[in-house]
Write a protein that binds this ligand. Sequence first.
Ligand code: G3P
Length: 214
Amino acid sequence: MKFFLDTANVREIAQAQELGVLDGVTTNPTLLAKEGRDPVQVIREICKIVDGPVNAEVISTDCDGMIAEARRWAELDEKIVVKIPMTREGMKAVSRLADEDIPTNVTLIFSPSQALIAAKAGASYVSPFVGRLDDRSENGMDLVSKIIQIFDNYGFETEVIVASIRHPMHVVEAALLGADIATMPYSVFEKLFEHPLTDVGLAQFLKDWEKLQR
Ligand code: G3P
């Protein structure tokens, strides 16, 4: 399973990169706005840090506007994946961008039929938002499971990015379902490393070793 960080914060990305298990980054307009800096510069900096795909989203809502923006993002770096919203105009853009070999990630996926349409349009990735469904008492992981089954049934190469992750169990459940990628906030990424028994066990090992040295 690949781990992506869902952030536009270069400090967090650099810290995660040092840990050696980071495979890519997703951003969105909200995350870039949070940084309060030139978004193009931020994406450039992220591309310098990360070895894998770096996702940048379009803000146009019409097909031609999305394609123009996607081309501009793609020119920045070969790592760029362009996030396109799950709309009719978006799917037109995805299909044309696939012809230009510009990789796309269809975002704001909330139903299996939306994921199927995105894959048929030629999306490289789809992003089901599990947390936002769970927030509404719907089952985000049930959606992921259905998308994986549909893609397996027809041999779609589109990768599933489990997005809108809220806690480590979302990552574990996504891995159990065989999702390709989990994209998560830095706070969740950090928690994946931790267990209190690891800390207690290590402290005891060191204490006992110290006794031997006396
Ligand atoms: O980047 C897309 C997605 O991960 C957003 O998550 O927490 O705003 O629902 P969230």
